[in-house]
Write a protein that binds this ligand. Sequence first.
Ligand SMILES: Cc1cc2nc3c(=O)[nH]c(=O)nc-3n(C[C@H](O)[C@H](O)[C@H](O)COP(=O)(O)OP(=O)(O)OC[C@H]3O[C@@H](n4cnc5c(N)ncnc54)[C@H](O)[C@@H]3O)c2cc1C
Length: 323
Amino acid sequence: MTVRILGGGVAGSAAAISARMRNADVELIEKVHYPRHKVCGEFVSPQAVMLLGKLGVTDAFLGAAPSRLDSIRVHFKKRSRKVKLDEPGYGLSRYVLDDLLFSRALEAGAQHVPLGRERPNIIASGRLPVDTSLNRQFAFKAHFEGPPGDAVEMFFFSRCFVEVTPIEKGFTNICGLAHEHMLHRYGFDFDTFLDRSPALRARIRPLKRQMNWVKAGPIVIDNKFGINETADSFYVGDALAFADPFTGSGLAAALESGRLAGELCARGASSAEYMKQCRAIFLKPFQNAQRIRALLDSGRAELLSMALPASLMFSMTRPRIKE
Ligand SMILES: Cc1cc2nc3c(=O)[nH]c(=O)nc-3n(C[C@H](O)[C@H](O)[C@H](O)COP(=O)(O)OP(=O)(O)OC[C@H]3O[C@@H](n4cnc5c(N)ncnc54)[C@H](O)[C@@H]3O)c2cc1C
């Protein structure tokens, strides 16, 4: 059978590699040319690292010299918390990571098709369509030069979230997600916007921006867990469910859903079987993330930091992926 995959990002490439591991013919429909920058915090969680291993790309990943990260530092308005990671995570730009995975899929025998003519069976085309509500969020990122630090740092302020991640070659990625009205107040000038948080200002002061800001949005934090029961396509990655960026689990979710869909689709299993497994892995942690996000958005982040150890915040939102 031919496995047709719409989208050759992280999830689509993972699906392609996984289906090729089962000797299926694979068509990978991707419209962009790699490498390219992508808005992302660029933190590759320990789970994502394990999944890269399952796809046989550990050597290529480590060969790209990602920055090793042993802890996460979380900054609320007045408090900071450090979470030691059980296994190391890494910082690697999407410029490198996506290119690496897409190239690996092609090396494994997937055929790159720039435009799909036949109906794909795996949908890996990224986030769900645009949010039309008034409460829209936008994301942005840029790479900086300067002292990289030894941890991924997360800043929560004014219902905004900013992630500072040391990546390859001594660069640091700064990526944020903020509500439109807030960004509008600063004329969408991200440098001025970031200056409003004292903790973030101190972190950014020694750094120098190396590229123009890349923007994305509106961002919708949503999922297809409830509505895909009868669909015959396999939705993977952000097209299945968009992981709230603060969880740091988006790449792991994309890799695991892609890997699983590639395997099941190549074996001729039904999408209902796939969705059953996906719900067991992702539904609870994603619901927990929504609850935590609601607390953060209600302005109770400081309270949350006192009531909930930061390590629990991450373990509650981590997909239940088998090693
Ligand atoms: C602000 C922010 C910060 C984040 N930080 C992190 C983080 O630090 N760590 C983490 O693990 N996750 C993070 N994430 C989540 C992570 O970026 C996503 O979960 C991940 O990119 C999902 O990958 P994907 O392959 O599903 O989608 P994508 O990476 O969006 O790939 C979709 C692909 O499909 C292609 N495509 C779409 N439509 C078509 C079409 N019609 N024809 C052909 N090709 C098409 C696109 O060109 C694209 O290459 C963050 C997300 C945001 C928004």
